[in-house]
Design a protein around this ligand. Sequence first.
Ligand code: GLV
Length: 310
Amino acid sequence: MKILFFAKGEDNPHWLRALQHQLPDADIRLWDEKETDAAWQADYALVWKPPVEFFHGQHGLKAIINLGAGVDSILALQSRPADVPLLKLRDAGMAQWILDYVRYGLLHFGRDFDHYRQDQVAKHWHPREIGSRRDWPLGILGAGAIGAVVAETLASEGYPVRCWSRTPKQLDGVESFAGPGQLADFLDGCRGLISILPATRETRYLIGDDQLSRMQADGVVISCGRGEVFDEQALADRLRYGRLRGALLDVFHQEPLPATSELWGLKNLIITPHIAAPTPIVTAVEQIAGYIAQIENGEPVSLVDPALGY
Ligand code: GLV
C-alpha cells in the first residue's frame, strides 16, 4: 500500500516514523515537489494544508485523510480530487486538549484571575469570594466529537451546560438546541460562550453583536474552533466597551493575527496562536490506520460531507 504524506508546519519526520511504526508494510513517502514520480501512484493521501501541486498526477487515490479536525482548508483547495472520499480526524485525542483549554479560560475568569492581575498592577490586596459554577451557564457551540466531550464533562463538573448544533443531540446533563431557529434561545443568559464550531457556510459570522448581546453582560467568550464563526469587530467592540467581561481566543479570521489587529491591545482578551489542540501524533496515527483497515476491508467509514463542511 502506498501513502503520500504532507503536513504543513508539522514535525513531518516524527509523523512518518509513527506512521511507519503503525503500518510497517506500507510504502510511505513525504510529498516533495521536486521528486514527483509519475509512476508512483498513492493509494492514500494524508494531508494537512497541502500545496495545490500535491494532487497533481495522483489518479489512484482511495481516500484523502485530513490530519486535523477542521476541513475548511482542504475543502478550499481547488486541486483536491472531489470524487475521492475525504475523511478527517475525529477527536483522536484533541477533545482532551480542547477541554483543557476551555477549563483554563473558565478558571481564569471564574476564579477572578483577570481581576487579580489588575489588582497586582495596582498593588492592591483584594480577596474575592469564590462564585458557584451554577452561576456560570455555559453555551457550547458545536457538539461534534470534540464539543460533546467538552459539554458532557463540564456538565458533570457542575456547570449548567447547553449545546447548539445543526441537529439535536442527546448528551448527558446537557440541554440541546439545534438550528438557526433555536440560536437566540440557546444564547439567552449564557455567561460563558464556548465555540468549537468549524468554519462552514452556516457558521461563518454566526455570532455578531446581536447574538453577543443575548449573553450576560459580564459574559466571557472562549473560541477554539474557527475564528470565522465570530464577527471579530463586534467582539472587539464589546470587549473594549465593557459589554463583555473578557475572552480567550485561539482562532482568528486571519492567522497569524496581523500585528495591526486591534485585538492585540485589548486588556480583557487573552490571545493564543491556534495552539488549543495540535493533532496528537500517536493517537492520530492509530485512527488513520483504523480508517485504512476499514476501507481495505470494504467496511463503511464516516466521510466528510463537503456540502456541510465537516
Ligand atoms: C485544528 O485547527 C484542526 O482543525 O484540527
